[in-house]
Ligand binder design. Structure first.
Ligand SMILES: Cc1cc2nc3c(=O)[nH]c(=O)nc-3n(C[C@H](O)[C@H](O)[C@H](O)COP(=O)(O)OP(=O)(O)OC[C@H]3O[C@@H](n4cnc5c(N)ncnc54)[C@H](O)[C@@H]3O)c2cc1C
Ligand code: FES
Length: 288
């Protein structure tokens, strides 16, 4: 019977939650069964999943892949209706579909010293890249940040793959307060490339800092996405004056060329609808 059920799930493309772990309140790590995706995944790529037939499409950056087990790992911050619904699922539950890997893989070439800056939930997929840089024998300097100490994730994992690791919090409860210390770090350390994954404001601030040092800086953009295949236009971003689609042309782009103001304003486009969906879901006890 179990074998028949497993066969049916594979035929219908259902994906099992093999692991679910709360990292800090409202941020969960999920390991999904996704054999074909795991076999093709490279750092920097993402998946789009749907919980059920009424579900919104949720893009999430891949934070790890295990080819032998046929699983991929993502880390999701509960920020609204769909991510909160995902947070209610448990180990052994199934989601309806998972599309990916999508987007271009990150460039893991021989650059020399790479500074990897991660903020909030995106520290998890940044670790996937930092690990690849470490394995490719780069010198990896890590900077991880969060609002407060209690929101920090993947500190030990980053420490394991970084030659140096710096921690920063917005309120100074752990490590440096804010990212100002980066100015000194960039002055004293010869850095060949900077990778930034995190809130748009972090990507913007770091890109402005590195511009004056002339250090190539790659930012991982996460605009609103729908199909993830370059057809709907939802994820359009302006880079160096050109309109590009983050899902197929990125999500990695040259941080010195990105129009961050436009990106921030496009991310707020659906705020009233998102708030309404969240409130309705809460009123209906989690069902929408
Ligand atoms: C390529 C990509 C990779 C991402 N990786 C991660 C990740 O690894 N971990 C993680 O926690 N989050 C990630 N996100 C963001 C995540 O997809 C959104 O937080 C989620 O879709 C919000 O859905 P919601 O219904 O819970 O919240 P909503 O209430 O719908 O939205 C809350 C916030 O999320 C943004 N958002 C809403 N829908 C989308 C969408 N379809 N695409 C992008 N942003 C959206 C809104 O601008 C808003 O700021 C990624 C987004 C993209 C595009
Ligand atoms: S998400 Fe539709 S074009 Fe990129």
């Amino acid at each position: 019977m179990d074998q028949i059920l497993q066969g049916l799930r594979e035929a219908t493309n259902l994906h099992e939650i093999v692991t679910k772990r709360e990292l800090v309140p409202q941020i969960n790590l999920f390991e999904f069964s996704a054999k074909e995706t795991a076999a093709k995944t490279k750092p920097g790529q993402f998946v789009i999943l749907r919980i059920d037939e009424n579900g919104e499409r949720i893009p999430l950056t891949i934070a790890g892949a295990n080819v032998e087990k046929g699983t991929i790992t993502v880390v999701c911050h509960e920020v609204g209706k769909s991510t909160k619904q995902l947070g209610t699922l448990k180990k052994g539950d199934y989601i309806l579909d998972l599309l990916g890997p999508l987007g271009k893989p990150a460039e893991i070439e021989k650059f020399g010293t790479v500074l990897c800056v991660g903020g909030g939930v995106m520290t998890a997929p940044l670790h996937f890249q930092a690990k690849a840089f470490h394995e490719a024998a780069h010198k990896v300097i890590g900077v991880i940040g969060a609002r407060t100490e209690s929101h920090l994730i993947f500190e030990d994992e980053m420490r394991n793959v970084c030659d140096e690791l710096y921690v920063a919090t917005d309120d100074g409860t752990k490590g440096y307060k804010g990212l100002d210390f980066l100015k000194e770090l960039l002055k004293k350390t010869k850095t060949d490339r900077v990778i930034v994954m995190g809130p748009v404001v972090t990507m913007k601030v770091v890109s402005e800092l590195t511009r004056s040092h002339g250090i190539p800086t790659i930012v991982n953009l996460i605009p609103i996405m729908v199909d993830g295949m370059g057809m709907c236009g939802a994820c359009r971003v302006t880079v160096g004056g050109k309109t590009l689609f983050a899902c197929v042309d990125g999500p990695d782009f040259d941080g010195h060329l990105v129009d961050f103001e436009e990106l921030m304003s496009r991310l707020k486009m659906f705020t009233p609808q998102e708030k309404l969906a969240f409130v309705l879901q809460e009123e209906r006890g989690g069902n929408l």
